[in-house]
Design a protein around this ligand. Sequence first.
Ligand SMILES: [Zn+2]
Length: 500
Amino acid sequence: MAATATLSPPSVTPPTYHRIVSPTLALPTDPLQPIPVGLLACQRDPLLRELTTTAVSCRVSQSPSVPSNGREGKKKKAAPAPTAALLEIILHDTIIFPEGGGQPSDIGTLTSSDGELWDVVEAKRHGGHAVHYVRLRQEQNVDDALRLFSPGAVVGVSLGEQGFKRRLDHMCMHTSQHLLSAVLETKLNVETLAWSLTAYPAPCYVELARGLSPEEIAAVQEEANRLVFEGRSVHVEVEELDPSVKVMSGPSVGIPSDYTGGVKRTIVIDGVDRNPCCGTHLPSIHNLQLFLLPNMEALARATTSSVRLYFLSGPRLLTHLTSAHTLLTSAASIMSCGAPQVPERVQQVVDERKKVTKRVEDLEAELAATIASELLASVPQEAGGLVMQRHRTDDSATALTFLSAIATAFVSKVAEKEVTAPYLVVLSSSPSAQSVTSTTVVLLFGSDDKKVKEVGDELKAKMNVKGGGKGPRWSGKFTGVWKDAREGVALAGILESVKL
Ligand SMILES: [Zn+2]
């Protein structure tokens, strides 16, 4: 007999997943009444992608955009087109999860009885009810919507491919957070203060009261993945909400204070964790390989300090691996080495670069002194005032700094050789490739501050050099092509009239 293997498809939630543990709690069946958040289809069967239900209410939203609930300040939403009305629809039941427990809202579509599709851009919990925000398409109108979503009308709800992808990612990250927090608590006695299900594909994080050593991080990751490989099952226990139960104490821990749905859900990871939560959770942790980013981020607040431990799992982990691998491969290719050699090669390049920079600086200092000596020797000292000009070609991004080094060397040589004659020097520097956008820098210095200012003003007026100076130095620049026959001659003309 041929060997056969039966693999249970991952798209089916086991019937044991959702357990109403109170004998007095039952699922509301009146199709004109909404099932409260806590007992929604998305919470009873997190893998369900489609559902047929009935409309309970539909109205035009008073606000043009989905209200923020005060927690989504960072979320930027595009301004809606003035014609696109927003509807608020409550259904008897839904598979579109309204944000809660730190888990963002699902997106999806509603199908009305005439087959028309309506885009649910967000769902939110108002008290105990899930409200679907439907943005009308260009061709859709409010009157049709109000008729098609009148109380009792049959409505199809679907997550669609995008909606399910988004939900699967949220579930992987959310269930992983429960697992991670439980392991941190049992293994290290470290409590989770808060957590954030960040937007895909960034890593999510838990906030902890203290930092963890690399060994602790590795041990937590190993323990979490041991449970993952065991494939521990996850189920939900639902009962009536005990009014004495602790309401929400942090951003996403406990039961929100405005919740009026009347049920308490406890997410149970078999033998690992029991935690009150309204989120949608996978029926098993079997494919939630957890990766903890080894570097933690410290946060200092007014009264407390905490750290963020970042983690990845599920589709987000694969995306991260793909992008990290792509970056590493491309770096390895640039460095012409294998991936493992990249850090060493990059270090080499950085070290070499430092040495080269140092050598360039040393050579520049030597060259500046040589140019200064040449300049000083180029004009006979008996000539009285020394007026000099020198143009350079230099592709350095700091050409002016080099001209400045020449000036400094020149001044010290003048002092060294006890030159008494007054002097005025104009240095200029252009890049080798000349175009209308190339920049030529000009440095002017001399023994007489007044003359320096006079020549600076001439450069501004006659050569359109933009610049200024103070005391014995003046610097500026102009944009355009430098030609010795044009700019060089113009400069010489200005200098000819200078009388020192
Ligand atoms: Zn949770």
